[in-house]
Structure formats: C-alpha cells, structure tokens
Design a protein around this ligand. Structure first.
Ligand SMILES: Cc1ncc(COP(=O)(O)O)c(C=O)c1O
Length: 343
C-alpha cells in the first residue's frame, strides 16, 4: 500500500469512522443539522469541552473563516503570526469572505511573538487603520511547534487586556493535546480561548470540521451565527454524516489514539533519521519532523514516498505522520534513504 509523509490529509479514513458513515446511511433524518446525529455530536462536544456551542462546517479553511467572522466587529482586523495557515494557505478567503485585513507578526517558529504583536496596538484607536480586535494562533503550529498552556494563557491575558478575542486554529489540536498530556478542555477553555476551529480531517475523519464557541456572550448569540454560517455557504444539507463521524471519534477515543500514533511515529522517524546521521531541524513534539536531506536524493525519495520540500535553499524537508503510519513504513523509508545515499 502506497503511503506518503507529505501531510496528514494524504491518508484515508479510520475504519471505525467509515463504519459510522455507513451506519448513518440508514433511513431518513431531518436535514441541515436538525437530525439526531447532530444533536448527539453536540452533546459529545459538551462532554469534552464543557458547555459550548458547536457549529459544523465543511472543512478547515471554512471553520477558520467562519470562526473569525463570528468575532468580527466594525473595523476589525485579525492579528496572527506570518506563518499562519489563514495567511499563507487559504487563498485570501478570510479577506474575500469577511473583508477583514490580516496583520501579520513576523515568526520563525510558527508562534506569536507578543513583543512584536504589541507594535500593532497603536492602531487600535484610529479609524484610519483596521483595528487588531482578534488574535488567531494555530495549535499545533504550521512549523510543528506547540504552545505550552502557559504560553496560550499569556496570549489570552494579552488579548483580554487589550479587548481582543482569541481564536485557535486547531487543525492539529489533538496532536498538541497528546504531546502535552493535558485535556482538550484545558488547552482551550482553560487557557482563555474564545473560539476554536476543531479539526479532525487530518486525524482520521473523512470531512467536516467544527467551530466551538466558549465565550459566554458569543454563545448566547448562536442563533445569529446559524444565519452567518448559511451566508458563508457552510450549512450541509446532510449534516448527519459529519456529526456521525464526531460521535465515533469521541466515543471510541479515536481522536486520541490517532494523534498519539502520528506523534509516536514522528518520534520514531526522528530517531531513525538521527541514526543515519540525517540532521533533524525541529524539536519533535507532535507529528511533524523537519530534516535536511542530501539534495541529490530528494526527487527519487519523493517518488518512493512523497513529502514536501520546506526550504529548497538548504534542502530542508517536512514529514507529517498520519494516523495510519506504522513502524514498517518508517523502516522502509530509512532503507530507501540509505540506498539512495550510497548510489
Ligand atoms: C494549520 C491548518 N489550519 C487549517 C487548515 C485547513 O484545512 P482544509 O485544508 O481542510 O481547508 C490546514 C490544512 O492544511 C492546516 O494545516
């Protein structure tokens, strides 16, 4: 079976999630989220995160755009690290759909540098500039780093002090939670996050992500946000199929086991790379490994098992471990590296 280390959405769907989709394909249900599966899935989110409002959407980009649209006030801009997926890889969807500007803070490691972020505060009270009313951070970050709980709290305190909301892009939050050994609730509500894009497409489901609202005032406005979601083209008619996956994801602890496997395999890959003197350039905490490969082997190695070149100037590459990678896949990959190096 051909596998790839390019990203965790190259993998398919966890068999139990596939089963849940098939089971949900039984009889008729009310559309647009009025079904029994959606009601139960929302309950599961309450169990995991404490009392929240949960709104399902199609994908990760949509969950970020919709979550940030919920936070939008007149004149708002979104402050985020320059590495943020919303800035680098969402085709300007935020600007197109919400009209909000992004204020980027230079970042090398994917994290938000609060000292640099402060420079934007001078624009908070002048109507000639969009106002940084929202902060968005990714957990885990696009660079494979993971904010500690204290770091998130520091950012949320900063946000509150300056009357800003805090959004978390949680496309890989499960990997971050496993890495830190805390709970999903501790990493979000416990750290003062106002709204979360909860992703699972990279962690074994087929499609559909969730916007999870913690802030009490926003929760009371969830009825309004149902309209906003529809205007953002994110109301699925057959919502039950998204919801059914989340029920199984939580009930069967798949979110945790899949993320743990991704993280463990990243650690294993790191060890095996170091054993053959390949330099690893990041601290491997989640499911992402960065390494410097000899330039001459990259193309042939990509043919064997695809991965992305991160920084071509230094032959730095990125490997992301999916939930279904096993040790044998890593061993075969290492054997191929050795073979190509010796050619
Ligand atoms: C950090 C992060 N956020 C959001 C997304 C968006 O997800 P989607 O591709 O489902 O729109 C991705 C996908 O790569 C991501 O890595």
């Amino acid at each position: 079976m051909k596998k790839s280390f390019a990203s965790d959405n190259y993998s398919g769907v966890h068999p139990k999630i596939m089963e849940s989709l098939i089971k949900a394909n039984n009889g008729h249900e009310s559309p647009y989220g009025g079904d029994t599966y959606t009601a139960l899935a929302k309950e599961k989110f309450n169990e995991i995160f404490g009392p929240v409002e949960t709104l399902f959407v199609y994908n990760g980009t949509a969950s970020n755009v919709f979550a940030l649209d919920i936070l939008k006030e007149i004149g708002s801009a979104v402050l985020c690290p320059s590495t943020a997926h919303i800035y680098t890889d969402e085709t300007g969807a935020l600007a197109k759909i919400t009209g909000m500007q992004m204020l980027t803070v230079p970042s090398q490691d994917g994290k938000l540098d609060l000292e640099e972020a402060k420079k934007y505060l001078q624009f908070k009270d002048t109507f000639h500039r969009a106002s940084p009313n929202i902060i968005s951070i990714s957990q885990a970050t696009e660079n494979g780093t993971i904010y500690t709980l204290d770091e998130i709290k520091e950012i949320s305190n900063f946000a509150k002090e300056h009357k800003m909301y805090l959004h978390m892009d949680g496309a890989r939050i499960s990997n971050a939670v496993v890495a830190l050994g805390c709970s999903l609730e501790e990493m979000t509500r416990g750290c003062g996050v106002d709204i979360l894009s909860f992703g699972a497409t990279k962690n074994g489901i087929m499609f559909g992500e969730a916007v999870v609202i913690f802030d009490e005032k926003l929760k009371n406005r969830v009825g309004e946000f149902e309209y906003l979601r529809k205007q953002n083209l994110q109301v699925l008619s057959k919502m039950r199929f998204v919801a059914a996956q989340y029920i199984t994801l939580f009930e069967e602890n798949i979110w945790y086991e899949n993320a743990k496997n991704g993280n463990d395999m990243a650690k294993y890959l790191e060890e095996q790379l170091l054993n053959i003197n390949i330099k690893v350039t990041n601290e491997v905490l989640g499911n992402t490994v960065f390494a410097i490969l000899p330039e001459k082997i990259i193309e042939q190695l990509q043919d064997f098992c695809y991965f992305y070149v991160w920084d071509p100037t230094i032959s730095e590459v990125r490997f992301v471990m999916s939930f279904d990678i096993v040790k044998k896949d890593v061993d075969n990959f290492i054997t191929k590296i050795k073979e190509l190096i010796s050619l």
